[in-house]
Design a protein around this ligand. Structure first.
Ligand code: ATP
Ligand code: MG
Length: 389
């Protein structure tokens, strides 16, 4: 760790406080900013004013060191700084257009949509692309992948890396996976993430799914405000980490199929509201047969537009690529029948299916609605992707 980021280099922070903080996962001055005064006072038992003073000192310290932005800056300076924001290519032309170049650092990007719409595939693809050198649209950075649904698949990373001409072993090495078992654990992982982010030059922080565990644990109206409060805390911490450590935060959120209902009825996207108000970018993924539609919903500077993309071996892909693949599969199927089924895919199929089924937390009524949409939409071309449900 950089010497002058040590907690005890701050005036007013003695060894006892340092120990209490480090027990709570606060290891350096950056972490102080991420957690904020209210939490610091709860953890250490110091009064809120003192905690606020310490956090303020920490902030000034980082501003002096050029690690954090000043409070009052000219628009010109902000503009200059925004030029330096890193962008991670999605590996596709269509989504890069939607994101105006790629997924940004210092911001939280939320991808939401119904099950099977490609949120996890997108997270896997970005986890590979962020490792590309800057000239090729990456940030030459590592990944911290918080997996709350047990759907992280190194096999997918390998195929995606190969499809993009990268060494799969090296790519796997730079992805740190943290499996979260409950919402408190998920929060704890994030609280502890500072040193991991620093040591591994993490430029992409994935939380897949950000909301699922909270939704599953806090059921019923009585618990709604507690859930929102805890989720709020989690999501704000994500944003502060993204800003403080200059990395991109990507959170996924599963919601129901019908967007009309989603926007119309505030009780439906439980959790969605909190995430929406904090995310800098919100992208809605929607199934449309074998293709997928991505819509930029709520961005400070992007127009609200839609693009079509697809899912394939290489993760998220341009729709033209998917068409090329279909043609190839058809020709192969008619000419060389023996070579057609790949062993790898056969082994993967039941696994993927099992996973997409188990973590569902919808009520029976919701599920049947989603299934109905699914079956009306997915009838035509079963020959494209063997892994489709
Ligand atoms: N190797 C692959 N080749 C082509 N398509 C694939 C492959 N692996 C997965 N897919 C596609 O990805 C879909 C699943 O997407 P994904 O797991 O990203 O959904 P999700 O949005 O994360 O869903 P959930 O909300 O359940 O987590 C499958 O239905 C399939 O169409
Ligand atoms: Mg998923």
């Amino acid at each position: 760790m950089v010497e002058d980021l040590r907690l005890d280099s701050l005036e007013g922070v003695g060894p006892v406080t340092t120990r209490k903080m480090s027990d709570a996962g606060i290891h350096n001055i950056m972490d102080l900013i991420v957690r904020g005064p209210v939490e610091i006072s709860e953890i250490t038992g110091m009064d809120k004013d003192t905690a606020a003073k310490i956090v303020n000192k920490a902030r000034l310290h980082l501003v002096e060191g050029g690690l954090l932005a000043k409070d009052f800056v000219s628009a010109a300076e902000i503009y200059k700084r925004r030029q330096n924001i890193g962008k991670i290519t999605t590996g596709t032309n269509c989504l890069d257009t939607l994101f105006d170049g790629g997924v940004e650092t210092q911001a939280l990007t939320e991808v939401y949509g119904e099950f099977g719409c490609g949120k996890t595939q997108f997270a896997h693809t970005l986890s590979v692309m962020v490792q590309k050198p800057k000239e090729e649209g990456g940030l030459d950075g590592g990944v911290l992948y918080i997996d709350t649904e047990n759907t992280f698949r190194p096999e997918r990373i390998v195929t995606i890396a190969k499809a993009h001409g990268m060494d799969p072993d090296k790519v796997l090495d730079r992805i740190i996976v943290a499996r979260a078992y409950n919402s408190a654990h998920q929060t704890l992982i994030l609280e502890e993430s500072g040193p991991v982010i620093e040591e591994n030059n993490v430029k992409l922080l994935v939380v897949d799914s950000a909301v699922g565990l909270f939704r599953a644990e806090y059921l019923g109206r009585g618990t709604l405000s507690v859930r929102q409060q805890k989720l709020n805390h989690f999501v704000h911490m994500l944003v502060r980490i993204a800003e403080t450590y200059d990395c991109a935060a990507l959170a996924t959120n599963q919601v129901m199929a019908s967007p009309d209902v989603f926007f119309g009825d505030p009780t439906r996207p439980v959790g969605g509201n909190v995430v929406a108000h904090t995310s800098t970018y919100r992208i809605y993924f929607k199934k449309s047969g074998k293709k997928r539609i991505a819509r930029m919903v709520d961005s400070p500077h992007h127009p609200e537009e839609e693009v079509i993309f697809a899912l394939g071996e290489a993760g998220v892909i341009d729709p033209e690529e998917a068409e090329k693949k279909t043609k190839k599969t058809i020709t192969k199927a008619t000419t060389k029948k023996a070579k057609e089924p790949k062993v790898e895919t056969i082994i993967e199929t039941p696994e993927v299916e099992k996973i997409t089924e188990t973590p569902k937390v919808e009520t029976p009524a919701e599920t049947s609605e989603v299934e109905k949409v699914e079956s009306t939409v997915d009838t035509e071309s079963d020959n494209l992707e063997p892994l489709e449900e």
